[in-house]
Design a protein around this ligand. Structure first.
Ligand code: OGA
Ligand code: MN
Length: 212
Protein backbone atom coordinates (compact mmCIF):
# COMPACT_ATOMS: atom_id res chain seq x y z
CA UNK A 1 0.00 0.00 0.00
CA UNK A 2 1.40 3.39 -0.83
CA UNK A 3 1.60 6.45 1.39
CA UNK A 4 -0.71 9.43 0.76
CA UNK A 5 0.72 12.85 0.08
CA UNK A 6 -1.19 14.30 3.06
CA UNK A 7 0.52 11.94 5.53
CA UNK A 8 1.67 13.92 8.62
CA UNK A 9 5.30 12.85 8.14
CA UNK A 10 5.38 14.27 4.62
CA UNK A 11 3.55 17.42 5.73
CA UNK A 12 6.16 17.98 8.44
CA UNK A 13 8.93 17.88 5.82
CA UNK A 14 7.07 20.33 3.58
CA UNK A 15 6.55 22.69 6.54
CA UNK A 16 10.26 22.50 7.49
CA UNK A 17 11.35 23.38 3.95
CA UNK A 18 8.95 26.31 3.89
CA UNK A 19 10.09 27.54 7.32
CA UNK A 20 13.87 27.01 7.28
CA UNK A 21 14.84 25.56 3.88
CA UNK A 22 15.80 22.11 5.14
CA UNK A 23 14.48 19.10 7.06
CA UNK A 24 16.02 16.18 8.91
CA UNK A 25 13.86 13.14 9.75
CA UNK A 26 15.71 10.61 11.90
CA UNK A 27 13.10 7.97 11.21
CA UNK A 28 11.80 8.07 7.67
CA UNK A 29 12.09 4.69 5.95
CA UNK A 30 10.73 1.50 7.53
CA UNK A 31 13.61 -0.75 8.68
CA UNK A 32 12.84 -3.52 6.20
CA UNK A 33 12.94 -1.09 3.27
CA UNK A 34 16.21 0.48 4.46
CA UNK A 35 17.69 -3.01 4.72
CA UNK A 36 16.54 -4.07 1.23
CA UNK A 37 17.80 -0.83 -0.35
CA UNK A 38 21.16 -1.28 1.38
CA UNK A 39 21.33 -4.83 0.01
CA UNK A 40 20.58 -3.53 -3.48
CA UNK A 41 23.34 -0.91 -3.18
CA UNK A 42 25.73 -3.61 -1.98
CA UNK A 43 24.71 -5.93 -4.83
CA UNK A 44 25.36 -3.20 -7.43
CA UNK A 45 28.70 -2.46 -5.85
CA UNK A 46 29.71 -6.15 -5.80
CA UNK A 47 28.71 -6.46 -9.47
CA UNK A 48 30.90 -3.50 -10.46
CA UNK A 49 27.91 -1.31 -11.32
CA UNK A 50 29.00 1.69 -9.24
CA UNK A 51 31.31 4.14 -11.02
CA UNK A 52 33.41 7.05 -9.71
CA UNK A 53 31.11 10.08 -9.62
CA UNK A 54 31.81 12.98 -11.98
CA UNK A 55 31.42 16.70 -11.36
CA UNK A 56 29.58 19.00 -13.77
CA UNK A 57 27.10 18.20 -16.46
CA UNK A 58 27.06 16.75 -19.98
CA UNK A 59 30.34 16.99 -21.84
CA UNK A 60 31.90 19.15 -19.14
CA UNK A 61 31.91 16.20 -16.70
CA UNK A 62 35.18 15.39 -15.01
CA UNK A 63 36.21 12.99 -12.25
CA UNK A 64 38.15 14.61 -9.42
CA UNK A 65 38.62 12.53 -6.32
CA UNK A 66 40.06 15.60 -4.60
CA UNK A 67 36.56 17.11 -4.76
CA UNK A 68 34.29 14.11 -4.69
CA UNK A 69 35.28 10.52 -3.89
CA UNK A 70 32.02 8.58 -3.97
CA UNK A 71 30.96 5.85 -6.40
CA UNK A 72 27.45 6.03 -7.81
CA UNK A 73 24.81 4.20 -9.88
CA UNK A 74 21.92 6.20 -11.33
CA UNK A 75 18.43 4.71 -11.23
CA UNK A 76 17.30 4.51 -14.84
CA UNK A 77 13.53 4.53 -14.33
CA UNK A 78 13.06 0.90 -15.39
CA UNK A 79 13.69 -0.56 -11.95
CA UNK A 80 11.58 -3.60 -11.09
CA UNK A 81 13.04 -4.53 -7.68
CA UNK A 82 10.15 -4.25 -5.18
CA UNK A 83 12.27 -2.16 -2.76
CA UNK A 84 13.06 0.39 -5.47
CA UNK A 85 9.41 0.57 -6.53
CA UNK A 86 8.42 1.21 -2.91
CA UNK A 87 11.10 3.88 -2.58
CA UNK A 88 10.09 5.62 -5.82
CA UNK A 89 6.38 5.55 -4.82
CA UNK A 90 7.27 7.15 -1.50
CA UNK A 91 9.31 9.87 -3.16
CA UNK A 92 6.47 10.54 -5.58
CA UNK A 93 4.07 11.06 -2.66
CA UNK A 94 6.59 13.52 -1.20
CA UNK A 95 6.87 15.30 -4.57
CA UNK A 96 3.08 15.73 -4.65
CA UNK A 97 3.09 16.97 -1.05
CA UNK A 98 5.58 19.69 -2.04
CA UNK A 99 3.54 20.66 -5.07
CA UNK A 100 0.29 20.80 -3.10
CA UNK A 101 1.80 22.66 -0.15
CA UNK A 102 4.28 25.01 -1.82
CA UNK A 103 3.20 25.14 -5.51
CA UNK A 104 6.71 24.23 -6.62
CA UNK A 105 5.71 22.59 -9.92
CA UNK A 106 8.10 19.68 -9.39
CA UNK A 107 7.88 17.42 -12.42
CA UNK A 108 10.32 14.62 -11.97
CA UNK A 109 12.83 12.90 -9.76
CA UNK A 110 16.36 11.74 -10.53
CA UNK A 111 18.36 9.66 -8.08
CA UNK A 112 21.42 7.51 -7.59
CA UNK A 113 22.93 5.10 -5.10
CA UNK A 114 26.16 6.43 -3.64
CA UNK A 115 28.90 4.60 -1.80
CA UNK A 116 31.76 6.49 -0.16
CA UNK A 117 34.77 4.23 0.56
CA UNK A 118 36.51 4.94 3.89
CA UNK A 119 38.30 8.30 3.67
CA UNK A 120 36.25 9.58 0.71
CA UNK A 121 34.56 12.97 0.96
CA UNK A 122 32.67 15.53 -1.10
CA UNK A 123 33.95 19.12 -0.80
CA UNK A 124 31.53 22.01 -0.18
CA UNK A 125 29.18 22.55 -3.14
CA UNK A 126 25.61 23.40 -4.12
CA UNK A 127 23.48 20.90 -6.04
CA UNK A 128 22.60 23.15 -8.94
CA UNK A 129 24.55 23.50 -12.16
CA UNK A 130 25.44 26.91 -13.56
CA UNK A 131 23.78 26.06 -16.88
CA UNK A 132 20.82 24.10 -15.51
CA UNK A 133 18.62 25.25 -12.63
CA UNK A 134 16.01 22.49 -12.77
CA UNK A 135 17.00 20.92 -9.45
CA UNK A 136 14.82 22.41 -6.72
CA UNK A 137 15.01 20.05 -3.73
CA UNK A 138 17.86 17.69 -2.81
CA UNK A 139 17.05 14.56 -0.79
CA UNK A 140 19.43 12.10 0.82
CA UNK A 141 18.34 8.82 2.37
CA UNK A 142 20.95 6.92 4.37
CA UNK A 143 21.34 3.15 4.20
CA UNK A 144 23.90 2.43 6.93
CA UNK A 145 23.67 0.41 10.14
CA UNK A 146 24.04 2.20 13.46
CA UNK A 147 26.32 5.18 12.93
CA UNK A 148 28.39 6.76 15.72
CA UNK A 149 29.84 10.29 15.71
CA UNK A 150 33.36 8.82 15.82
CA UNK A 151 32.74 7.18 12.43
CA UNK A 152 32.86 10.66 10.83
CA UNK A 153 31.03 10.92 7.49
CA UNK A 154 28.58 13.63 8.55
CA UNK A 155 26.75 15.71 6.00
CA UNK A 156 27.64 19.28 6.96
CA UNK A 157 25.05 21.89 5.97
CA UNK A 158 26.12 25.53 5.77
CA UNK A 159 22.90 27.30 6.72
CA UNK A 160 21.94 30.70 5.25
CA UNK A 161 22.39 32.31 8.71
CA UNK A 162 26.06 31.24 8.77
CA UNK A 163 25.55 28.35 11.21
CA UNK A 164 26.65 24.80 10.43
CA UNK A 165 24.68 21.63 11.08
CA UNK A 166 26.17 18.12 10.99
CA UNK A 167 23.84 15.24 10.15
CA UNK A 168 24.96 11.66 10.76
CA UNK A 169 24.17 9.20 7.93
CA UNK A 170 22.14 6.84 10.10
CA UNK A 171 20.16 4.16 8.23
CA UNK A 172 16.52 5.06 7.53
CA UNK A 173 16.98 8.80 8.08
CA UNK A 174 16.28 11.49 5.50
CA UNK A 175 17.72 14.94 5.02
CA UNK A 176 16.44 17.34 2.36
CA UNK A 177 17.11 20.97 1.48
CA UNK A 178 16.65 23.60 -1.22
CA UNK A 179 19.17 22.61 -3.92
CA UNK A 180 20.21 26.12 -4.95
CA UNK A 181 20.51 27.69 -1.54
CA UNK A 182 22.34 25.30 0.75
CA UNK A 183 26.09 24.78 0.42
CA UNK A 184 26.97 21.41 1.94
CA UNK A 185 29.79 18.87 2.15
CA UNK A 186 30.36 15.24 3.11
CA UNK A 187 33.11 14.71 5.69
CA UNK A 188 35.40 11.67 5.40
CA UNK A 189 34.33 8.57 7.33
CA UNK A 190 36.27 5.70 8.86
CA UNK A 191 33.88 3.18 7.29
CA UNK A 192 31.89 2.71 4.12
CA UNK A 193 28.95 5.10 3.79
CA UNK A 194 25.90 4.28 1.64
CA UNK A 195 23.02 6.48 0.54
CA UNK A 196 20.33 7.04 -2.05
CA UNK A 197 20.48 10.66 -3.18
CA UNK A 198 17.95 12.36 -5.41
CA UNK A 199 16.55 15.64 -6.70
CA UNK A 200 13.05 16.88 -7.43
CA UNK A 201 13.22 18.92 -10.60
CA UNK A 202 11.00 21.45 -12.28
CA UNK A 203 10.61 21.90 -16.02
CA UNK A 204 13.52 23.71 -17.69
CA UNK A 205 13.26 27.07 -19.46
CA UNK A 206 14.79 25.68 -22.61
CA UNK A 207 11.79 24.60 -24.72
CA UNK A 208 13.80 22.37 -27.03
CA UNK A 209 15.26 20.51 -24.08
CA UNK A 210 11.74 19.58 -23.00
CA UNK A 211 10.72 17.98 -26.27
CA UNK A 212 13.96 16.34 -27.36
C1 OGA B 1 25.47 14.87 -3.22
C2 OGA B 1 25.58 15.09 -1.76
C3 OGA B 1 25.25 14.31 0.51
C4 OGA B 1 25.32 13.06 1.35
O1 OGA B 1 25.47 13.70 -3.65
O2 OGA B 1 25.36 15.87 -3.97
O3 OGA B 1 25.79 16.21 -1.38
O4 OGA B 1 25.15 13.20 2.58
N1 OGA B 1 25.37 14.07 -0.89
O5 OGA B 1 25.58 11.99 0.83
MN1 MN C 1 25.24 17.65 -2.88
Amino acid sequence: MSIRSDHPLLQRIVDDLADVGWSHQRIFLPDDLTHELAQECRRRSDNGLLAPAAIGRGEAQVIREGVRGDHIAWLEGDETEPALTRYLDLMDALRLAFNQGLFLGLEDYESHFALYPPGAFYATHVDRFRDDDRRVISLVLYLNDVWLPEHGGALRLHLPNGEKRDVLPTGGSLVCFMSGEMPHEVLPATRERMSLTGWFRRRGENVLENVL
